[in-house]
Design a protein around this ligand. Structure first.
Ligand code: ATP
Length: 756
């Protein structure tokens, strides 16, 4: 026995707490009409999780709660508690007693409690399914529902039988697996669509990352190239500048010297500017000389004339003494004066001077000859006087001449000196000039050289500027490590380091080539446009990780879906097998009970084929109204349904519809009992199932009930005396004026009385 007790509080007509104890295999509940007996059966449905209010004869939840009467206020809650003896672990809980309680409130909220812990309806259903207490309620037959199984359509019938066979648990498992499968497939779709959604992003990121990688590579390449390029450029600029400086040194020094020389030469030239003054002096000297000469000549002529006159006077005096002689006496003084005239010849080399001296001499000699050929001597007294005067005058003229000659010699000397000076100056000036020209030419040359060097230097400066810009740009582009270019070691093919000298020797073309490579790399880096992109890489990694995670998840889901599919197939096979086995067993029992009830005949459950075939059979058996009705309501039936075939003894009745009310009741009782026999539920509640039976059949019913009670605990709501007689405990339900159902344990005789 599994049922211990049922406690109703505020449920329907049971306003007050009422407890029914079930400590015998058969418990009967008796009482007058409307006392509340059926409410107890509904209390069972209720506490076991029935969701259909209608099946508990209500419209709304509230209808299940004590509605109140003039004598007693209505309740706000209704609760039913069912206590199971779980020592045999009927219910899958490791306790000896399980109390299931359901409470409802007027706001339609509902609570389930198992052994004091709130649970979900689902937990209750699962718990009960495991104990073969199905929700179809095949073991709770309500009033007037005895032939429910006969009236049910094939699908419902099948469900009831499945429930009775305890297959619900498999079905429930299958449904749950199907739900899980559906959910899994849905999840899979979601994950797949998620993957699809992120796929373009990943692709985009991948491309970005590839770009970044490419850029990284290019940068690395550029960095290496920069190392060599910058080092070489640095060396080239340094060495070139040094070389220029070296090359400048000599020309500069030379130029400095030249400047000094130029200054000196200029000074010389500046000094020769005095030439004019000297020339003037020369001219002045010459003029003076000329003057002196003219004066001298005049005086010489005067002296000569005077000498002539003296000589003439003396010749006259002499002639007086020595008349007519060809000889004439020529005073010595006259000869001397002529000789004196000739003296000037030695003073000069100048031809003009010589000529003038000669002409003077010629004149003097001519006038002397003239004087002494014609001269006739005067008286010797007067002549002597004349001679003396003339001599005096001559002496004076000679003195003057002498002075002039002295001056002349001096002046000639001066001139000579001047000319020498001038000549000397002219020479040195020409040299200075030449020197100045030479210096200037050289200077030009040197300036040319230095200019060329300067241009080269400027070029280097320009190059250096470019170089610095390049470094700055490069550092931004590929990193500051390129600033260490000076430490870069360039290797030769044999692995040795290239020396600075060797670096400097390299043809510039090679470096220009390198420079073009640098430019090309820069352009490629710019084109690649990857940037440093650490974040993008990170995002890509995360996205890929996520994608892989999703892929794994899909694989996992696929795996569990596959497991579920297999499980479903297994469950279906099991269901199918157990169902067929169960039907076979039920049929054996059904046949037994049926022939027991009817004293013969045959009855069996027949499996119908799925919908299409059903139709065909319907067409074949147009008269089979039951099948028609079933077919009509099972248009979409895809599964096997269950038909009931009966053969009453001595009667040619096959269709259920043709049975009498009693026959229907007997047939359904036979079937119910058969079902219960095959897989006995822990308890069965039969609410006036025996109502339609006559006395003879009531007896048979009683026998069957007693037999059934060996397997299941029975709670029988009845008015039937025979049925009551089989019960160990009889509860009487009464209802007083206040409309409240009351319970009392009564003896059989009392019960009979109460029932009546
Ligand atoms: P019968 O022998 O005729 O089948 P019964 O003993 O089975 O009768 P029930 O049908 O169980 O009687 O009880 C019906 C009674 O319960 C009615 O009188 C009805 O008024 C009462 N009842 C049902 N629901 C409520 C409720 N929510 N509050 C108060 N009384 C209720």
């Amino acid at each position: 026995m599994y049922l211990k007790s049922l406690e109703l509080t505020g449920f329907k007509s049971f306003a007050k707490k009422t407890e029914l104890n079930f400590n015998t295999p058969i418990t009967s509940i008796v009482g007058p009409n409307g006392s509340g007996k059926s409410n107890t059966a509904e209390a069972f449905r209720f506490v076991l999780g029935e969701q259909s209010i209608k099946s508990m004869r209500g419209k709304r939840t509230e209808d299940l709660i004590w509605n109140g009467s003039p004598e007693m206020a209505r309740s706000n809650r209704a609760s039913v508690k069912l206590v199971f003896d779980n020592r045999k672990r009927l219910l899958n809980l490791d306790v000896d007693e399980v109390v299931i309680e359901r409470v409802i409130f007027r706001d339609a909220s509902s609570e389930y409690v198992v052994n004091g812990s709130p649970v979900r309806l689902r937990d209750i259903v699962e718990l009960l399914a495991g104990a073969h207490i199905g929700s179809s309620g095949h073991h709770i037959i309500s009033q007037g529902e005895a032939d429910r199984i006969l009236n049910a359509n094939m699908r419902e019938r099948r469900e009831m039988i499945e429930d009775a066979l305890g297959l619900k648990i498999y079905q429930w498992k299958r449904e749950e697996s199907e739900r899980k499968l559906e959910k899994t497939e849905e999840n899979m779709k979601q994950v797949q669509s998620l993957r699809r959604e992120i796929a373009p992003h990943i692709l985009f990121l991948k491309k970005q990352v590839e770009k970044i990688e490419k850029t990284k590579q290019l940068k690395e390449e550029l960095r290496t190239l920069y190392g060599e390029y910058l080092k070489r450029e640095h060396v080239h600029i340094g060495v070139s500048k040094e070389r220029i400086a070296n090359e400048e040194r000599d020309p500069k020094e030379e130029l400095a010297k030249l400047n000094e020389q130029l200054l000196a030469s200029k000074k010389v030239l500046a000094e020769t500017h005095g030439e004019d003054a000297k020339t003037k002096a020369v001219i002045a000297v010459e003029e003076r000389l000329n003057g002196l000469r003219k004066e001298r000549e005049q005086i010489s002529r005067d002296v000569g004339r005077l000498e002539g006159e003296i000589a003439a006077a003396e010749r006259m005096k002499h002639a007086q003494a020595f008349v007519h002689t060809n000889e004439a006496l020529i005073p010595i003084s006259e000869i001397e004066s002529i000789a004196k005239k000739a003296e000037g010849i030695f003073l000069t080399e100048d031809v003009t001077v010589l000529r003038s001296v000669f002409s003077v001499l010629q004149q003097a000699l001519s006038s002397l000859l003239e004087k002494y050929r014609q001269k006739k001597g005067p008286s010797s007294d007067g002549i002597d006087g004349d001679i003396a005067v003339l001599k005096e005058r001559k002496q004076q003229a000679e003195k003057k001449l002498h002075d002039i000659q002295t001056s002349e010699r001096e002046v000639v000397q001066d001139e000579k000196k001047l000319r020498t000076e001038i000549d000397r100056e002219k020479d040195s000036s020409r040299d200075a000039e030449k020197e100045v020209f030479r210096i200037m030419a050289r200077q030009n040359e040197l300036h040319g050289i230095l200019n060329a060097l300067r241009l080269r230097f400027e070029e280097m400066e320009h190059l250096e500027g470019d170089f610095k810009r390049e470094i700055a740009e490069g550092a931004i582009l590929v990193g500051r490590e390129i600033l260490e270019y000076q430490n870069v070691k360039i290797k030769k093919e044999n692995g040795e380091d290239v020396t600075v000298e060797e670096l400097a020797k390299e043809e510039r073309v090679a470096q220009e080539d390198r420079r073009r490579k640098v430019e090309r790399l820069k352009i490629r880096i710019e084109d690649a446009g990857g940037g440093s992109g650490a974040e993008v890489v990170k995002e890509f990694e995360e996205a890929t990780e996520r994608d892989q995670f999703l892929a794994r998840e899909i694989a996992d889901l696929e795996k569990s879906a596959e497991t579920l599919r297999l499980l479903i197939v297994e469950l279906e096979q099991k269901l199918d097998q157990e169902f067929r086995d169960g039907i076979e067993k039920i049929n054996r029992e059904f046949q037994n009970y049926f022939s027991l009830m009817f004293g013969g005949g045959t009855a069996r459950l027949a499996l119908t084929k799925p919908e299409k075939k059903v139709r065909k059979e319907v067409d074949d058996l147009l008269l089979d109204g039951e099948a028609m009705a079933a077919a009509a309501s099972e248009n979409t039936e895809q599964e096997t349904g269950i038909d009931i075939e009966v053969n009453l003894p001595r009667k040619k009745i096959k269709a259920l519809m043709m049975l009498s009310g009693g026959e229907r009741a007997l047939t359904s009782i036979a079937l119910l009992f058969a079902m219960s026999q095959v897989k006995p539920p822990p308890f069965i509640i039969l609410d006036e199932t025996d109502a339609a039976l006559d006395e003879a059949n009531s007896k048979k019913y009683g026998d069957m009930v007693e037999n059934l009670s060996k397997y299941s605990q029975l709670i029988l709501i009845t008015h039937n005396r025979e049925t009551m007689s089989r019960a160990g405990v009889i509860y009487g339900v009464t209802m007083d004026k206040s409309g409240v159902s009351k319970l009392l344990s009564i003896a059989f005789d009392e019960a009979v009385a109460v029932a009546k």
